[in-house]
Structures are given as structure tokens and as C-alpha cells.
Design a protein around this ligand. Sequence first.
Ligand code: SD4
Length: 331
Amino acid sequence: MRRRKFLKNSTAATAGFISAPLIASQGRSATAQDTSNNPKGSIPIVVCTWNFEKASAKAWEVLEAGGNSLDAVEQGVMVEEADPNNQTVGYGGRPDRDGNVTLDACIMDKDGNCGSVVYLQNIKHPVSVARKVMEETPHIILAGKGAEQFAYEQGFKKIDLLTEKSRQDWKNWLKKSEYKTPINIENHDTIGMLAIDRNGNLSGACTTSGMAYKVNGRVGDSPIIGAGLFVDNEVGAATATGVGEEVIRTVGSFLIVELMRQGKSPQEACEEGVKRIMQKNKGRKDFQIGFLAINKAGETGGYCVHPGFTYRQYSQEGHDNVPVNSFYAKK
Ligand code: SD4
């Protein structure tokens, strides 16, 4: 469903919006600006990895009501954490090769505050625990049992995260896998979300159950600030999905924000990020990574290794599933 027209017409009547195009081209050439998917920029705005309609709609509801971007991204990604049909995030996530569902998540705000949980079990909303780590402790990352204990102290309920469907899938995988963890290019649906509120402030969140059938104890990029997510309120924000080991190696999201700081558009920055990874993996084709970025003006961009990655964009211009180009684009 598109509602560009309606929203365009109603925008003028909505007080308090920042005029994004005013700051859209700061420090960049016209050519660079043209390569963004949303070249004029738009504020407020929310984007997330993959086609998560309900999650982006929830975040937009918060932004449209005048809420801040931190609440928007938290509430947005919580939709996927609670959905048992998303087998890469939260409740219903696929387990590691021993049958444990272990969750990774992080959140970061406009002031550079951040919180993260890694290898968290039995809690439906790791992003909210990450936010509590950020707000209630002097730390940034809590892991495993300590993170779980902290969650209970904060009032989170214990639940069994392994749904019957994910248990069956795991059992089937065990039969033919010989217990070998795959590099799985199709294991996607991790949600990374970036938002700008009507005050022009950025926040981001990222949450996942990680690579399916991973080695017990493995932590990916998604909860690592700088790798799976990075926010700099002066410049922009980026997030990643796909094989986390490759994203960690290049500190991917931080790299993309730094490239935007140097004048690249979100699109150019994502392309450069993927190319850096591919330079270190010459000839390898067995993994997928997608980067998504937004700059301070509300311009967005994305790029990936293999075709297939899309991102969801929700602003006053409408809401769209945006397909992105890839390094190994079909000729
Ligand atoms: C990880 N980056 O744990 C995550 C997995 C992912 O879509 O993004 N899947 O490596």
C-alpha cells in the first residue's frame, strides 16, 4: 500500500518537521547525492533490513506521534522479536547446533550511548534488555547467564524461545548435517533498524538469533557496536545483516558511517563497505551480507554481496520495500 500522495498533502500541515533537503547535500558532490535511494532525504524516517512491514509500521507510528527515535527503533524491532514466524530473531529463532536459542541484540542513541546483550537465553526481548544495560548500568555489553540474571532483576519474564517449528527444523538439520555448522547465505531476516525523529535525532537497534546451527557460544556482529550497528548523530547510521564474521572483520557499520563522514552518500558508503569485504575474500561466493545506511538528512542506501537483499523504508513520502544492487549482480 502506498500513501505518498496523502502524506505529501498532509505534510505541510504538520508542524515541527525539519526541512531535510536543506541539509541533504552538505559536503557532497551532486554525483554522490544522485546515487542515494532517497536523494532528497526525508525526516522523520525509519528504515530496516529486509521487508519487515509490521516492524517499520510500528516504528513509524512512534515517530509520527512525535516520539523519539530511540523508542521507535526499540518498539519497531520488538515486533520481530515477538514473531515466532521470523526464525532469525527472538522468540522462534533457530537454535545453535545443540538446540539452544541464544540471542544477540544492541541499541544506540543520539548521544552515543549504547547497550548490548550477547548469548542471551530465555528472554523474548533482548533489545529491551540491551536498552536497560545502556540506561541502568555503567556497562555496554552483558553476556550469557549474567545478562539473563540482569534481565530477571529488571522484571523480564523467563520463556522457552524454542518453538516446535524451529525444533523440528533443527532435528531435520541434524539428520543430514553431520553436526557441521554451515556458512548459510540464505539465513537472513535479522532486523537492523535506523530512525530519525522529527527533532532530527538518530538511533538504531539490531537484534538476531544469529546464524542458524552455529557452534554453541558463538556471537555474531549484530550486538557488536561498530560491526552490526553504529550511530553517529552528526553524520548518520548503519547496520548489517548476513554472515557476521565478515562484518566484524571490517568493523562494517562503523566503516560505513566514517565513509559518510568523509562525504560519501549512504549508497556509496554501503557499496564501499561491501567491496572492502570482498577484497579480503577474493573469489569467495558462499556468503551473503547486506548493509543499510542513512545519513543525517534522511537519505538512505543499501548494498549487498548476492542479489536478494532489500530494505524497508517508511517516511512521509510513503512506505516501500527497496531492492538493492549487489556485488554479484546477475548480468
Ligand atoms: C549474525 N549477522 O549473527 C547475523 C545473522 C544475520 O540475517 O544477520 N542474519 O551473523
